[in-house]
Write a protein that binds this ligand. Structure first.
Ligand code: ATP
Length: 364
């Protein structure tokens, strides 16, 4: 397994710029997710890495080797597609054995290898079934087995779970993580589903609508410290306030522009744009807000509002609270039996509280 590096990649189709100056390092042996809205160019990046497309500018490195112009079959990179692309007229065994047979490997070795791989994806008992006798999840596992039988250095996965129902997708997510841990192959997984990316990835990159990468980091870094309002809203939910920065001695505060008040923000990373008077956004995640009818003074920040609607989600309850400036704020609260809370109803006057560490400043 080796790392992949995309350097200054640019790609246009029919004069339309799709990817602009993509610089990306995918570490070896890790699960890397590429997340972005539909049409932003994720599949194009995958096709460039696989060799189905060539970049207009820039280079692609596999470890220390420049593979920009290396043909597909010489790259030791395999792809699992959304539609599996299996051979419907062959059974499971032959689907998986196909590429080994092409290489004229001895039948005994093929038998051993296929059985070993089918065991790793829990399909050893379905070996002689035809593809159309399998469920969607089983077909997906055949596609995975077929992609890893050649021991590729990199496995590219293009929304491989999109066709599965929610329950099966959750199960396959865990199986994929286990498989990656066992194989230690570099996995590059593309998706527009933030939950999938957050669950699976060691590292992830977020692409925006313009085909540029906005942020690269661990799922935790991306979720807790998004660097732009796009990332903040694309990965999870974020309440956003407009205002300006005030820098006091040892303290950064945010002055909301419709007179909601002044709020303290713990700024972990001082970016060059974080200067006195800069017009910025303050973001607070819905689950970081504590809602109550009484004002709690042990929180750094608070705001008053009125409950407009309550949505029960099972594990959590969502409160939609209207502030005096007309803005609607979302609050999520875990439904915990251990810490029963006061009952909050529609139309209740409430306070929203959060700590300064739970607010982020974003460029506007
Ligand atoms: P999705 O999540 O919907 O699959 P994506 O992020 O994977 O989208 P791409 O499939 O990479 O996006 O497509 C990015 C853009 O490039 C789209 O506007 C698409 O129409 C265009 N595109 C991709 N391949 C080609 C091609 N071969 N010829 C012309 N345009 C293309």
């Amino acid at each position: 397994m080796r790392s992949i590096r995309l350097k200054n990649i640019e790609k246009s189709f029919h004069g339309e710029l799709i990817l602009e100056n993509i610089n990306l390092t995918i570490p070896e042996g890790k699960f890397f997710a590429l997340l972005g809205p539909s049409g932003c160019g994720k599949t194009t990046i995958l096709r460039l890495i696989a060799g189905f497309e060539s970049p207009d500018h820039g280079s692609i490195m596999l470890g220390d080797t420049d593979i920009t112009h290396v043909p597909i079959n010489k790259r030791r990179i395999n792809t699992v597609f959304q539609n599996y692309a299996l051979f419907p007229h062959m059974d499971v065994f032959n689907n998986v054995a196909y590429s080994l047979k092409l290489k004229k490997i001895h039948p005994d070795i093929i038998q051993q290898k296929v059985i070993k791989i089918l065991k790793s994806v829990r399909l050893e008992h379905q070996m002689y079934k035809s593809i159309n006798q399998l469920s969607g999840g089983q077909q997906q596992r055949v596609a995975l087995a077929r992609a890893i039988i050649n021991e590729p250095e990199v496995l590219l996965l293009d929304e491989p779970l999109a066709a599965l129902d929610v329950k099966l997708r959750e199960q396959m997510l865990i199986e994929l993580m286990d498989l990656q841990e066992t194989l230690r192959t570099t996995f590059v997984y593309i998706t527009h589903d933030q939950t999938e990316a957050l669950t699976l990835a060691d590292q992830m990159a977020i692409m925006n609508y313009d085909g540029r990468i906005e942020q690269i980091g661990s799922p935790r870094e991306i979720y807790e410290f998004p660097i732009s309002s796009f990332v903040a809203q694309f990965v999870g939910k974020m309440n956003l306030f407009k205002g300006t920065i005030k820098i006091g001695t040892g303290k950064v505060t945010f002055i909301e522009e419709t007179n909601l008040g002044e709020f303290e923000v713990a700024s972990f990373a001082r970016s060059p744009w974080m200067i006195e008077g800069a017009h910025v956004l303050m973001g607070v995640r819905p689950e970081k807000i504590w809602i109550g009818k009484k004002l709690e003074t042990n929180f750094t920040n608070h705001l008053a509002g009125k409950v407009e609607s309550i949505v029960y989600h099972g594990p959590a309850t969502q409160y939609n609270v209207r502030l005096k400036n007309g803005v609607r704020i979302e609050v999520f609260e875990q439904n915990e039996e251990h810490f029963p809370k006061e009952k909050i109803d529609y139309d209740d006057e409430v306070y929203l509280h959060w700590q300064k560490e739970n607010a982020v400043l974003l460029e506007r």
